[in-house]
Structure formats: C-alpha cells, structure tokens
Design a protein around this ligand. Structure first.
Ligand SMILES: [Zn+2]
Length: 216
C-alpha cells in the first residue's frame, strides 16, 4: 500500500460518482451493486481497481458472496422436502463430521469445521442426507458459531419433534487465526442440547463421547 503514489482518500474519490448509479440498481441487479461496492473497497484499501489482476475481482467477489450467503434464500421445508418417515426407532441416530463453511458476522471472514448431530426419534426420522443440508442452510449466512449451533438444533426439533437433539460444532475461525488474536490452532467448540440430551445424563454422555471420539 505504501508504494502506491495515490493516497487512499484521493484514490477512492473518482470512483464515488460511478458507484452510486450502480447502487440504485440494487433491486434489479444486486450483483452489479455489490461489485460496485467491492470496487470502492479496493480503492479504499489503496489499490487500483483498474489494474489487470483486479479488473474482474468485483464481479468475482459478488458471485462468491452470493454463493457463500445462499442460505438466506433457503427454507427448512425446501431443504427437508418429503424426506420424513414414520419409524418406530427409539435409539440415537447420529451423523458425525459434517463439513461446514460459514462467515463470521463480525469480520466477514470464514470459519469452518465440523458439525456432529444426533437425535432420538419420537416415531419420526429424516433422510440422513438432509442433516448436512440443514447445517448448510444456516452456515451459508453471516453467523456466529453459537447461534449456528442453536439454529441447527432448533430446526431438527421443529422438523422431527424428537425426544431430544444434540449438536456439537467445532470450528476454526480465520478472524482469530489470521489476525493473531488467539493461539493459531485453537478450535472453538459449541454445543446445543435439548430434550433428553439435556435432561438425561446417560444420553448426554453417550452423545458427547461419540461426538468427540474423532479426536482420540
Ligand atoms: Zn470474527
């Protein structure tokens, strides 16, 4: 940044008039409006948005952000569809190591890791492939890990009305790692326990033992 001859302020100024018309298009062409913001962001960083390597960056970022936040346009009923089944299964159902990628809402930087989900049915089960999709629906929004964990548990509760549900998420946060705020390899672990997972120690212990088994 220091080797650029243009100050941050003067670099940004010529772009402002071009930006505002595209912002007014926001409702019709959100990608263009977002790209315009990214162009201004690049200038504010002291970059030259017109140099070759950055020319298409605003459009790329706009597309990428659309993908990374696509969970906003998904609903639980879309995601689960008709994959609900009546079943007299009374033992724990668990899907472990569900990959997740999200963006922290405080820094718009990625956090990523794994979710472990278990529930004890109350005469209703869901197709197993739907659990990762439920995680994805909430992860592809701006998030904090604690809320993401609660939302996944709440969604499963809503869809299945199970006897209990447990969700553990373990994730690495780039906003901590890249900024050197915490130890570089620290993993944040959150859990949400509902129904028998909260009230019954034996169920809770079994779930947590299975959830953490991957590390031992
Ligand atoms: Zn953050």
């Amino acid at each position: 940044m220091s080797n650029t001859p243009v100050s941050k302020r003067s670099a940004a100024a010529p772009l402002a008039p071009a930006l505002h018309p595209s912002l007014q298009l926001a409702e019709d062409t959100p990608t263009d409006a977002y790209a315009g913001l990214v162009r201004e962001q690049l200038a504010l960083l002291g970059e030259d948005p017109q140099r070759e390597g950055l020319l298409k960056t605003p459009e790329r970022v706009a597309k990428a952000m659309g993908f990374l936040t696509r969970g906003y346009s998904m609903t639980l009923s879309d995601v689960v569809g008709d994959a609900l089944f009546e079943e007299r299964h009374e033992n724990m159902v668990m899907v472990r190591d569900i990959e997740l990628y999200s963006l922290c809402e405080h820094h718009l930087l990625p956090f990523f890791g794994k979710a472990h989900i278990a529930y004890i049915p109350n005469s209703r089960i869901v197709g197993l492939s739907k659990l990762p999709r439920i995680v994805d629906m909430f992860a592809r929004r701006l998030q904090v890990q604690e809320r993401l964990t609660e939302q996944v548990a709440g969604a499963i509760e809503e869809v299945l009305q199970p006897r209990g549900v447990g969700v553990v998420i373990e994730a690495f946060h780039m906003c901590m790692m890249m900024r050197g705020v915490e130890k570089q390899n620290s993993r944040t672990i959150t859990s949400a326990l509902r129904g028998v997972f909260r009230d019954d120690a034996k169920t809770r212990d079994e779930f947590l033992r299975l959830a953490y088994a991957s590390h031992h």
